[in-house]
Design a protein around this ligand. Structure first.
Ligand code: IMP
Ligand code: MG
Length: 173
């Protein structure tokens, strides 16, 4: 397993992102909607650095099996509270094809938030199938399958404190 982004680089970037978000939402309250389960570590670490008042919501969509996208998205667990008229920030671990976020953005807009933005820890722009505007991006990375800091391979490795990658799936459990 190789390290792509070490812990101190991630922490430094999260400090910057939290500041940028605080500045943009000055005087407001934000509903953070984390996409389960990959966003959990990033969402907690980002929120801890923010001064803006936030509430946590979580949504779960059907996701990848192995390293390939099935291309189909469905809601497995919806948010509990109304977001009508609220300022909402979707929090995601990684944007790959963009299919998940394109779907979720449309879905959440139906709930009539006052604003809806996206923050992601990672983005793989070269893999995009659906173009979408992403407001806050931690790191743009090349097309590698990455794990750690919330990201999994078959549900494992989410607790690694850094972003790692492997060259071959055979190196993973
Ligand atoms: P998208 O719909 O293709 O943008 O896929 C986004 C989802 O795919 C993310 O929330 C991740 O769960 C998963 N994913 C995409 N690339 C990776 C990766 O390199 N490692 C782990 N999960 C990934
Ligand atoms: Mg995910």
């Amino acid at each position: 397993m190789d390290v792509l982004i070490n812990e101190s680089r991630i922490e430094k970037r999260l400090d910057e992102m939290a500041k940028e978000i605080d500045k943009a939402y000055e005087g407001k309250e934000i509903i953070l909607i984390g996409i389960l389960k990959g966003s959990v570590v990033f969402m907690v670490e980002l929120a801890k650095r923010m001064k803006t008042k936030v509430q946590f919501e979580f949504i779960e969509v059907s996701s990848y099996e192995g390293t390939e996208s099935t291309g189909k998205v469905k809601i497995v667990k919806d948010i509990k509270n109304s977001i009508e008229g609220k300022d909402v920030l979707i929090v995601e671990d990684i944007i790959d094809t963009g299919i998940t976020l394109t779907f979720l953005k449309e879905y959440l807009l139906l709930k009539k938030p006052n604003s809806l933005k996206i923050a992601t820890l990672l983005s793989k722009p070269s893999r995009r199938i659906k173009e979408l505007d992403v407001d806050y991006i931690g790191f743009k990375i090349e097309d590698k399958f990455v794990i750690g800091y919330g990201l999994d391979y078959n549900q494992n490795y989410r607790n690694l404190p850094y972003i790692g990658y492997v060259n071959s799936e055979k190196d993973l459990l």
